[in-house]
Unconditional design. Structure first.
Lengths: 308, 271
């Protein structure tokens, strides 16, 4: 009896050991890849930012010097860097409310109980999100053409004179935002839709019977119910706005008058056009700090207002 | 009530039309003759539809080569990502081993770090490994997909432990359990993940732009961006290039949208 129990116990122990071995065996290839190609480079970025790694060091590593905070000092004195920071903050400041509002509007429309053929509209509105960014940026560069563009043509009946969307420093940022909004609202819409479906219809119905208008119901019924999702979508959109690169690269090449140089675009030019990899790494690290700071502030604001 | 029904549907149709209009127009202009689209007002449909732009793309510009590069890189990226991610996601969900939960928490925390942060050192790392300017270099970021592990783990959590325990008692090895029992259950999430990685690697621009210097290795987005800088005036040609670049993924998405949309919610809302 006791011998039998001992064998079954040792069998269980052996089973546990083989389970643990299998656990490590199955997860270690992925973990190794993540450490090698993601964690290590991210940490190395910080180390690289304290060196003067440039095209000479690329040819011969002996030319590499440790320069302390010199890269950061030089960046803070570089007007183009500040231009990139300002532009990116403008993209965040205008882009996030614009895209969140657009997505929420689309989600409420598709969630409407009176809507017929819902799946059709949902897929149509989501489609831009899966298209290739570079390809649609090329399409939009053409749509926004001052003379032949469809956008200006559609605006002309409203008495709006042709706008030089991608050539006027004041219009270039809104132009890229329109494109980014078009490209990404479908994704946020799907997230909002899932949240809206959890809001009880009766709540909205009760408010309607009490005579609450559309906007009042949005403000006092719908928005409080989906507040955590609004936060989630804003955090995701902020991160997206900080990562704008292909849009200015294809549509404006950072112009006109550097009005669409984003932080990531600046990092790319610094690193891979001028081969100042040390300075580029400093940009990358500052970008990371920005994203982290904005996300933490949003979380704190949300916590204070009781959204989560 | 019926009026309300129709007005909401009409509004949705209008918004949907406005949304896909750029894509429809891209398709329409790609069949136009050279210079036809550079008029005011812009024509909506080609006067005399032809495939000339596509002929020129595949003939003079050799876009077939870039199409093949994209197909190859995306297919390999998808296969490799599945190979690395599925066992890891399953292990994190169902196999008990020391340090599992701590490791997984670290991975989730790492999700907030955008991949671009380490791009410059990664470039240097791959240069030292001799992988710059090769397909392998373009594939590397897709091996390290934390999001994929997360997605597979979420799905695996719903597999009952008793099922795995029963297989163990029957003498199945852990590898056999993964292959014979878990994989069939995971089919929907595997399709979802494959779709994410394929579309993601197909549409990716910044990393292939950095790592692929040789024009023969260019993927479609990199080639299209280079072409669009040289041929700013050739709108019809560029629209055809945009169609070749984006139509494959658009069709893939439309065919498998159910998997795509459900996976998107697993990844963002429940997480």
């Amino acid at each position: 009896m006791s011998a039998q129990r001992r064998t079954s116990e040792s069998a269980i122990a052996a089973g546990r050991a083989s389970e643990a071995r299998a656990g490590w065996a199955m997860s270690s290839p992925a973990l190794a890849a993540i450490i090698l190609f993601f964690v290590l480079p991210a940490i190395a970025s910080l180390a690289l930012s304290f060196t003067d790694f440039d095209i000479y060091a690329l040819a011969d590593i002996g030319n590499l010097r440790f320069v302390g905070f010199e890269n950061y000092e030089r960046l803070l004195g570089n007007p183009l860097f500040w231009k990139a920071v300002t532009n990116t903050l403008l993209f965040v400041g205008f882009g996030v409310p614009f895209i969140v509002a657009l997505s929420l509007f689309a989600a409420m429309l598709v969630n409407s109980r009176w809507l017929k053929w819902r799946p059709v509209w949902r897929v149509a509105l989501f489609a831009p999100y899966v298209t290739t960014l570079v390809a649609t940026a090329v399409v939009w560069r053409y749509l926004l053409h001052t003379r032949y563009g469809l956008v200006n043509y559609l605006l002309s009946p409203f008495g709006i004179a042709p706008i030089d969307w991608l050539g006027d420093p004041h219009a270039s940022l809104p132009a890229i935002l329109i494109f980014v909004g078009w490209k990404t609202f479908g994704y946020n819409m799907i997230i909002f839709l899932a949240a809206l479906q959890t809001v009880p219809r009766e709540l909205d119905e009760a408010a309607r019977i009490d005579g609450a208008g559309w906007f009042t119901r949005l403000r006092h019924v719908t928005l409080p119910a989906i507040a955590p999702t609004v936060l989630l979508v804003s955090v995701l959109t902020v991160a997206g706005m900080f990562q704008l690169f292909a849009e200015p690269y294809v549509m404006t090449q950072g112009g006109p008058a550097q009005s669409t140089v984003t932080i990531l675009y600046f990092m790319y030019e610094e690193g891979f056009k001028w081969w100042n990899l040390g300075s580029g790494a400093a940009v990358a690290f500052l970008l990371f700090l920005c994203i982290l700071a904005v996300t933490l502030v949003q979380l704190r604001l949300a916590r204070r207002s009781g959204a989560i | 009530m019926s009026l309300r029904r129709w007005s909401v549907t009409l509004l949705a149709a209008l918004v949907a039309l406005l949304t896909i209009a750029p894509l429809l127009w891209m398709l329409s202009v790609s069949f136009m003759a050279r210079g036809e689209a550079s008029q005011f007002p812009p024509p909506l449909l080609p006067n005399d539809p032809s495939l000339d732009n596509y002929r020129m793309l595949f003939g003079t510009f050799g876009i077939g080569r870039f199409l093949l590069n994209s197909l190859l890189i995306s297919t390999l990226a998808t296969g490799l990502a599945l190979l690395f991610t599925i066992p890891a996601g399953y292990a994190f969900a169902k196999l008990r081993f020391k340090g599992r939960d701590a490791t997984f928490r670290l991975l989730v925390a790492a999700l907030v770090v955008p991949g671009q942060i380490g791009m410059l050192p990664l470039f240097l790392e791959l240069k030292a490994m001799g992988l710059v300017n090769s397909y392998a270099g373009a594939l590397v970021p897709w091996l390290a997909g934390i999001f994929g592990i997360f997605l597979v783990r979420q799905y695996c959590l719903s597999i009952p432990d008793e099922m795995l325990e029963a297989a163990r008692i029957d003498g199945a090895s852990e590898g056999q359990i993964l292959r014979r029992i878990v994989l069939p259950i995971l089919t929907p999430i595997i399709v979802t993940l494959a779709l994410f990685v394929f579309l993601g690697s197909w549409n990716d621009f910044m990393w292939p732009l950095i790592i692929l210097a040789d024009q023969d290795l260019y993927t479609l987005p990199v080639a299209l961006a280079a072409m669009s800088r040289q041929h700013v005036q050739d709108n019809e040609l560029m629209m055809a290039g945009a169609v070749v670049t984006t139509l494959p993924v658009l069709i893939l998405f439309l065919a498998l949208q159910r998997f795509y949309l459900s996976g998107l919610l697993t990844g963002s809302v429940k997480g």
